[in-house]
Design a binder for this molecule. Structure first.
Ligand code: IVH
Length: 671
């Protein structure tokens, strides 16, 4: 039995945290420090841990740490989620007004005009003031239930701030901020993951992630713009009052809302936002005009597609024409070469555009883009300018075709384009544009395992010109290291011994570490077993490589190209000179350490994100899968592991704690 005192304490803590969440996330006006907030949350977490019967799905502790789900169930919306009819001109808005007067002759109308947020629409259901479930629009009748992911968004109240009896449904839009989108993409670029095209796609993708802990890390937010359904509480008589009520209950409402008496005011307000929207940190693709009276809304009703009482006024596409002065090539961290059009500077949607991405060679050919062309450009996803098409009528005949350089504009190494790939890549191993990433790859766990060589340090080493390829790491000494920021004598000494230790890593690790495209841990092991020295591997022909089981033609080609590059060959020589082991002396025992083993991770791990844990076992030849079955070899149970843990127990599977898992990994990596 839990005492009343504890029960009250838990309720008090929850209310306090809900209150501070609202102050912090919705009003942007915190009353307590982050530290004090964390203390409250910790106290609540501890109590809920001690008294599991007090756990509740609407507790603020439930915002993170939810379990990944396997696909989303679909749910039926209480009333269909329609979309809006689009208009693009003042005339069309006038037509909307005339239609209203035809439908309800002799009546006056007031309009509410709002920003049209360019995100993903959602429905939220509350029961007696508690968040019950949330879903996407889906086909309008049924949507995906994404409650756990929505709970990670702090501006979505788990409990309403007033008593609200029965069920209510509200609708709104989830979006990713523009600044958040840029930093998410920056991080993805660093991790060599595909980039999101725009904040809308990034937001939609983040909402549909099966692991809510990753959703939690994404900068998502929401605005609620409709009180759509209620079983007990009366819906107010105007849309303006609905918004006021929603705000009182704790929902985040966009503040740029205007009540307009006539269409003149509506149009002025819409036009005033056509430019101003650039200043916002979220994408707005138009305005929404709504009839204010809820009674009139009901009498106007809907068509099968959209309500008759509201309309979207879309901003004209943000396009303009300019000319391409030249085409340059940028080299990314993965060595990918991206052609970029240098433009005659032109204003577009609030900024001056001087460059536009041309993506790759195929894209240039498809659109037949030439240097000197007059082109129509557009801000794709409102951020990255793109070339939409060439204005052929403006061609003078002096325009020049572009071709990808044969050597890297940064380091001069050869540029290759693998079959099946649209991208051309620089394969020089000392290309500064790729160097930082290569060093991080070389030093990582599973490769040369140089602990203490983090991103910040790599930045300093490369930016100061101390290290210009991975072999230079072996020339570091105490003097150099302790002169760097945040490097004391002790940490420098530790790093040096880690670097020294890396010299005797097995050949397979070195082959992996050097970063040949398509050669992962497994491939590197196979290569080490077949060739036994770098020299032999470097001499291998495409045919010799292709006959090795598990080495496909793409990988074989990539290996041959790698060793054909003079700079890469020199690198090997230098590594050898520094004493790095480039031959396999001893017969390697066994095959790949965790080959074919299946892992399931459940619950939260302290030292790894789910992605890191998955990557780690996959690098060691195992597979990480999501569902528990008899064929699973290990179930790693972290904090709050729920049904999967129970199932694993009932099947008598091998269940590991995080610590035991780490022991296994360490043991395997040492081999
Ligand atoms: S009201 C019956 N208000 O635009 C639909 N929608 O193109 C009533 N949207 O599906 C929607 N901002 O996802 C409304 N202030 C706003 C909006 C908004 C964005 C979205 C919504 C809708 C889509 C229609």
């Amino acid at each position: 039995m839990v005492s009343d005192k504890i029960r009250k304490k838990v309720t008090k803590l929850r209310n306090e945290i809900h209150y501070h969440d609202y102050k912090y996330y919705v009003e942007n006006n915190p009353e307590i420090s982050d530290y004090e907030y964390d203390q409250l949350l910790k106290e609540l977490k501890d109590l809920e841990g001690m008294y599991p019967s007090l756990q509740s799905s609407t507790s603020p502790t439930q915002r993170v740490g939810g379990m990944p789900v396997e696909g989303f169930p679909t749910v039926e919306h209480p009333i269909p989620m329609l979309s809006l009819e689009n208009t693009y001109s003042e005339e069309e808005i006038g037509e909307f007004e005339r239609r209203l007067h035809r439908e309800l002759p002799g009546e006056d109308f007031e309009y509410v005009v709002e920003l049209k947020i360019d995100g993903v629409s959602i429905s939220l259901l509350y029961e007696d003031g508690n968040f019950l479930r949330g879903s996407t629009r889906g086909d309008g009748r049924r949507g995906d239930e994404i409650t756990t992911n929505l709970k990670t968004i702090h501006t979505i109240p788990l409990k309403l701030r007033k008593k609200v009896a029965g069920r209510i449904e509200v609708r709104g839009e989830i979006y990713m901020t523009k600044s958040g989108f840029l930093s998410v993409n920056k991080e993805r670029e660093r991790k060599k993951e595909p980039l999101f095209a725009n904040p809308r796609n990034a937001g939609a993708g983040s909402l549909k992630l099966l692991d809510p802990r990753i959703t939690h890390q994404r900068p998502l937010d929401n605005f609620i713009y409709l009180f759509s359904y209620s079983t007990q509480v009366p819906i107010p008589s105007t849309h303006m009052e609905c918004l006021k009520k929603l705000k009182e209950w704790g929902f985040k409402i966009n503040r740029y809302v205007k009540l307009c008496k006539g269409m003149g005011e509506v149009i002025d307000f819409c036009n005033s936002w056509a430019e101003k929207r650039e200043e916002l940190d979220y994408d707005v693709d138009g305005m929404v005009i709504k009839v204010n009276s809820v009674d009139q809304q009901m009498r106007l009703g809907s068509t099968t597609k959209s309500p008759r009482w509201a309309i979207a006024y879309k901003f004209p596409a943000k396009q303009t024409t300019t000319t391409i002065r030249t085409i340059t090539v940028q080299v990314g961290r993965t060595g990918a070469l991206t052609p970029v059009a240098v433009l005659d500077p032109t204003p577009l949607a609030g900024t001056t555009i001087t460059r536009a991405t041309l993506h790759n060679e195929d894209e240039i050919r498809r659109k037949d883009i030439r240097i000197g062309d007059t082109v129509i450009i557009e801000k794709g996803g409102d951020i990255i300018p793109q070339v939409v098409k060439v204005v052929e009528s403006k061609r003078k005949g002096t325009e020049k075709k572009f071709s990808m350089p044969k050597s890297c504009p940064v380091c001069g190494a050869e540029v290759v384009r693998l079959e099946d790939e649209a991208v051309s890549r620089c394969i020089g191993s000392s290309c500064p544009a790729q160097l930082k990433e290569k060093i991080a790859h070389y030093a990582q766990r599973g490769a040369m395992d140089i602990e203490g060589l983090g991103d910040k340090l790599i930045d300093q080493l490369v930016d100061k010109g101390i290290v210009s390829d991975v072999a230079d790491l072996y020339g570091l000494n105490l003097d150099i290291l302790s002169g760097l920021e945040r490097m004391g004598e002790k940490s420098s000494g530790n790093l040096l011994s880690q670097i020294e230790k890396s010299k005797s890593q097995p050949l397979s690790r070195l082959i992996f570490a050097i970063g040949i495209r398509y050669v992962g841990v497994r491939g590197a092991r196979i290569l080490a077993q077949n060739f036994r020295s770098i020299e032999d591997l470097a001499k291998a022909t495409q045919e010799e490589l292709e006959v090795i089981p598990e080495i496909g033609p793409g990988t074989a080609q990539s290996i041959v190209w790698f060793f054909r590059e003079k700079k890469n060959k020199e690198l090997w020589e230098r590594l050898k000179k520094w004493g790095v082991q480039v031959k396999e002396e001893k017969e390697e025992k066994g095959e790949i350490p965790l080959a074919g083993k299946k892992f399931v991770f459940t619950g939260g791990l302290e030292h790894f994100s789910r992605q890191e844990a998955n990557d780690l076992v996959e690098r060691l030849g195992a597979r990480a899968i999501s569902s528990v079955s008899k064929s699973v070899d290990y179930v790693v149970a972290g904090e709050n592991s729920g049904s999967k843990y129970e199932k694993a127990k009932s099947l008598g599977l091998n269940i590991l704690t995080e610590k035991e898992f780490e022991e296994i990994i360490k043991g395997v990596e040492r081999k």
